[in-house]
Design a protein around this ligand. Structure first.
Ligand code: CO
Length: 505
């Protein structure tokens, strides 16, 4: 006898909950590997990762999944689905199609290639040897071209890749958005370069006790509303956030004894990602909807906290006196104004991950231009170092002296993550739009922030963005909160206002 509709819904929910539980187990193992798992345990753990990932892949592409998706997409059933079920079916169908359309042996070959490529990339970067990495990159690009054919090519080949990270985003839209941003940012950076009012960031290069840095990071995270009973802060080589469920969202930072600003701002950045994951509605727990809606919106949360709040004058008006209590000698004679200007220093530099909030976007645009041209077969892998350096000169006015600090600096391409980079700048654009909406809804925001009240911001974000998880698309969230589509002019305005004041332009 056929199962009833309700029985199908509950068995489907049980089925996807199991997938989610495997993913949670994987996440705990990844966290453990990056935060100090014993070296001798690593090979064994890698096997467990392999087993669990295969199981997730198998379930997501199984005939059982196919039957569920077939059943729920039938017209008579689909009209009975509630919002959560509708979104869930859409989400799992997306994954199913994505993997099922690629022949299994092709996919396996690609997984092996990319895992090899990552270690080759590392070696190439260490030895400043692009030629070592380029054959791998060529193969990864041609695999991606094949995948685009399997998945179905949109009007631009690169759109198919973009859409995976930022649903609805296209080359047509991005070209326009990035051009508008670049035309404002490049001249602003040039004016800053020649300003006589350069902040002095040597104040951060003293001796800062790591234990005290850690205490201060925890203090700020608590003020932001990060729930330590639903998370923890540890140290890792590269800071990251990993969310198992809203009840367990862990973050890391990296402490430098002789550099104050890095660890704190990484903690605030990851804290922004973590607040998103901690505040998703309980209805979505145990499903694929219990995460951020896109990479871009996720990044908007971390950047809003790190740059727009954590690097604001109001924030430090309240917390600088607290910081002075922790590091009285290190900041002796440094005024609030000098401190504020130092944490907002702009400098055209070679390395993306060290870039300030203004020039960061230019680093992203270079990667976007290159990816788009590679995927549309307008340039060859062999041309990358030359194109990279030309663009650096054009956008940032600095040129790497070798490929290690140029085209080889990022890990992303070795893993085949094409289409991911734009998310960072989309995050900056969204965060400026959200900040304006927060200011509209909380007219005394500036005063509250000066008094150290950040919970009001956290609650606003939880209600307008976080709770929806993946139930709404990026465009739907933006529209419902700001009434607008993606719109770069707010970021431009924010950057111009802030840096005109700091550099007295
Ligand atoms: Co981030």
């Amino acid at each position: 006898m056929e199962k009833s509709f309700d029985a199908m819904v509950s068995s489907f929910k049980e089925f996807v909950k199991r997938i989610k539980q495997y993913e949670e187990a994987l996440a705990v193992i990844y966290w453990d590997l990056r935060t100090g798992a014993p070296k001798k345990g690593v090979p064994g753990r890698a096997e467990v990762i392999g087993m669990l990932s295969t199981e997730v892949f198998r379930m997501s592409t199984s005939t059982e999944m196919e039957e569920y998706l077939g059943y729920f997409t039938k017209e008579e059933n689909s009209k009975l689905l509630d919002n959560i079920m509708k979104a869930l079916v859409k989400e799992y169908k997306k994954d199913f199609d994505r993997f099922k359309k690629i022949p299994e042996e092709v996919y396996k070959e690609y997984v092996i290639l990319t895992s090899e490529a990552e270690s080759v990339w590392e070696e190439a970067k260490n030895n400043n040897d692009f030629d070592l990495f380029s054959p791998y990159l060529e193969k990864i690009v041609s695999f991606n071209l094949k995948f685009i054919e399997y998945w179905g090519c949109k009007s631009n080949k690169y759109d198919t890749l973009l859409d995976y990270y930022e649903p609805g985003m296209t080359v047509e839209k991005l070209d326009k958005i990035f051009k508008e941003l670049r035309e404002k940012i490049v001249p602003l950076v040039s004016k800053i370069k020649v300003s006589e009012h350069q902040p002095d960031d040597s104040i951060f290069k003293k001796d800062f006790c790591i234990k005290k840095q850690d205490d201060f990071s925890r203090y700020i995270l608590e003020k932001m509303g990060y729930d330590f009973e639903a998370g923890r802060l540890d140290e890792s080589e590269h800071p990251f956030t990993i969310g198992m469920t809203p009840g367990d969202v862990r973050i890391t930072t990296h402490y430098y004894k002789n550099l104050f600003s890095s660890a704190l701002f990484s903690a605030v950045h990851e804290g922004g990602h973590a607040l998103y994951e901690q505040n998703i509605s309980a209805d979505l727990n145990g499903t694929a909807l219990c995460t951020g809606t896109s990479m871009g919106v996720h990044e908007s949360q971390s950047r809003l906290w790190e740059n727009m709040i954590g690097r604001s004058y109001e924030f430090w008006k309240c917390y600088y006196p607290e910081l002075l209590k922790v590091f009285p000698e290190q900041f002796e004679g440094v005024s609030l104004d000098e401190f504020y200007r130092a944490i907002n220093k702009v400098e055209s530099s070679l390395i993306r991950v060290e870039a300030d909030e203004l020039t960061y976007n230019l680093h992203i645009m270079i990667r976007y231009e290159i990816e788009k041209a590679l995927i549309n077969q307008e340039i060859k892998v062999a041309d990358l170092p030359r194109i990279w350096n030309e663009r650096m000169e054009e956008y940032l006015g600095v040129v790497p002296t070798n490929d290690a600090e140029g085209v080889l600096q990022d890990v992303h391409w070795s893993g085949g993550s094409f289409g991911y980079f734009p998310s960072y700048t989309l995050g900056n654009i969204y965060s400026a739009q959200l900040l304006n909406a927060i200011k509209r809804d909380i007219p005394d925001l500036s005063e509250r922030l000066s008094n150290g009240d950040m919970l009001v911001i956290k609650e606003w974000l939880a209600d307008k963005v976080h709770k929806h998880g993946k139930l709404l698309t990026p465009a739907e969230i933006l529209k419902s909160v700001t009434g607008e589509e993606i719109e770069p002019k707010h970021l431009v305005q924010y950057l111009e206002d802030k840096y005109t004041q700091i550099y007295k332009l």
